[in-house]
Design a protein around this ligand. Structure first.
Ligand code: SF4
Ligand code: FES
Length: 244
């Protein structure tokens, strides 16, 4: 592979004043280390300071740089241009979230849905949580029940890919539902019954049509589609009380 190459980067931009989308093309020399995010930062620094992008960590941790690259929801910082994109890179904002400007989306609704499933450990004795007199011991099997679902970085790519989320704004969506399962499956949690009752709706688990697009795009292997099917099983067979 040659050391560097000039590629075309076509960015679908949104102007909130006119509510219009336009495509702007940039040419940039990239090398084998250039990611879509580093290319966009270089464009912003050297060619067009008006380009709006959202990012923080640049290493697949913060979940801020989600966008659609060559038709697929991706983390821009984890998408290598020469290895994965070819000579032309088409970059668009995620359309499963309201677009604020260019590649920047509004995550208020996304985080409100996340919060609505109570993504924290619920204990009957609330005061006990703050006394810290003992550990909540778990076996490795109990840990395995929920560990894969803790890797969510809240990038929103699964919601962008989900056809149900795109058609039904009331649907909780794959991210919030997978996080509901993460806590329900945790042996330390005592809020399963109430959570399951709240999700026994078409805005909850029954909205999911199990198309699996969410799991295919998740950069962290969270598998929200699996989490939702496991939630459905628990809704049908709820625990008699909140113990596991
Ligand atoms: S489940 Fe995966 S795709 Fe969805 S927000 Fe979490 S990390 Fe992103
Ligand atoms: S900038 Fe943090 S995940 Fe891409």
């Amino acid at each position: 592979m040659s050391e560097s190459k000039t590629v075309e980067i076509r960015v679908k931009r949104f102007d909130p004043d006119t509510k219009q989308f336009t495509v702007k093309s940039y040419r940039l020399e990239v090398d084998r280390f250039t990611t879509v995010l580093s290319a966009l930062i270089a464009i912003k620094e050297k060619q067009d300071q008006t380009l709006s992008i959202r990012y923080s960590c640049r290493m697949g941790i913060c979940g801020s740089c989600g966008m659609v690259v060559n038709g697929k929801p991706r983390l821009a910082c984890e998408t290598n241009i020469l290895k994965e994109c070819g000579d032309t890179v088409e970059v668009e904002p995620m359309l499963g979230h309201p677009v604020l400007r260019d590649l920047v989306c509004d995550f208020d609704d996304f985080f409100a849905k996340h919060k609505s499933v109570k993504p924290w450990l619920i204990r009957r004795d609330r005061a006990e949580k703050f006394r810290a007199e003992k550990e909540y011991v778990q076996t490795s099997k109990q840990l395995d029940e929920y560990l894969p679902f803790t890797y969510c970085i809240k990038c929103g790519l699964c919601v962008d890919a989900c056809p149900v989320s795109n058609l039904n704004p009331g649907f909780k969506g794959p991210q919030a539902l997978s996080q509901a399962y993460r806590y329900i499956a945790d042996s330390r949690d005592e809020g399963a019954k109430a959570r399951l009752e709240a999700l026994d709706t078409f805005e909850g688990v029954w909205g999911c049509e199990f198309l699996g697009a969410c799991s295919r795009v998740c950069p962290k292997g969270v598998d929200p589609a699996l989490a939702i099917q496991l939630l459905k099983m628990r809704v049908i067979n709820p625990p008699r009380d909140d113990t596991h």
